[in-house]
Design a protein around this ligand. Structure first.
Ligand code: GAR
Length: 206
């Protein structure tokens, strides 16, 4: 066993938190050497908060409607993350675009999961966008966050087939299964110091 301290994760959520749960499960099984320092939600009723509490993880309800400017909301988020000594920020279904205040505070240390194969179908309703376009394959992308919308360097992607009779719900469910595995793998790579960013490219060592 090495004497390395577990990487401290700050997880930002807005909803159900199935990705959060997948991360918790892999930490608890010992697969990922990390600790979730806090779960921050911009929605007071997010089910992800219940999941975190069940596992004894500190939660912070940090509602964006209480802030008049996006940058001041993000500055307060940075303070919360710093006060929990977070090394890596995870956006696990956090439905807000980050400003430069957050992005610059954690350079190449904010990861997002997006339910499509970027750069296709950025933004909201990515699964419906994929269905409307008629693609045969979609999937999920884990990427570092920059100041654009779903434009940061890509860490991992997983491909999922689109079936002829898919609805947004059925395709989303299939993609989510892939998300849980792909996100956990990307976090493990970061935690194990196997990721290097070179411009737009993410290099992964064996
Ligand atoms: C996930 O499918 C994730 O890809 C998506 O929100 C869902 C959250 O699910 N994120 C985005 O669309 C971000 N643009 P969860 O709360 O069950 O993890």
């Amino acid at each position: 066993m090495s004497g390395k301290l577990p990487c401290r994760l700050g997880v930002l959520v807005s909803g159900s938190g199935t990705n959060l749960q997948a991360i918790i499960d892999r930490i608890e099984s010992g697969e990922i050497c990390a600790e979730i320092a806090c779960v921050i939600s911009n929605k007071a009723d997010a089910y992800a908060l219940t999941r975190a509490t069940r596992h004894g993880i500190p939660i912070v309800i940090h509602e964006n409607h209480k802030f008049s400017e996006r940058q001041s909301y993000d500055a307060a988020t940075v303070e919360i993350l710093r006060s929990h000594n977070v090394d890596l920020v995870i956006l696990a279904g956090f439905m807000r675009i980050l400003t430069d205040v957050m992005v610059n505070a954690f350079p190449n240390a904010i990861m997002n999961i997006h339910p499509a194969l970027l750069p296709s179908f950025q933004g909201l309703h990515a699964q419906q966008q994929a269905l409307d376009y008629g693609v045969r394959y979609s999937g999920c992308t884990v990427h570092f966050v920059d100041c654009g919308t779903d434009t940061g360097p890509i860490i991992l992607q997983s491909v999922v087939p689109v079936e002829q009779n898919d609805t947004e719900a059925t395709l989303s469910a299939r993609i989510q299964k892939a998300e849980h595995q792909t996100f956990a793998t990307a976090i493990k790579l970061f935690v194990d110091s196997k990721i290097k960013v070179d411009g737009r490219k993410v290099l992964i060592s064996a």
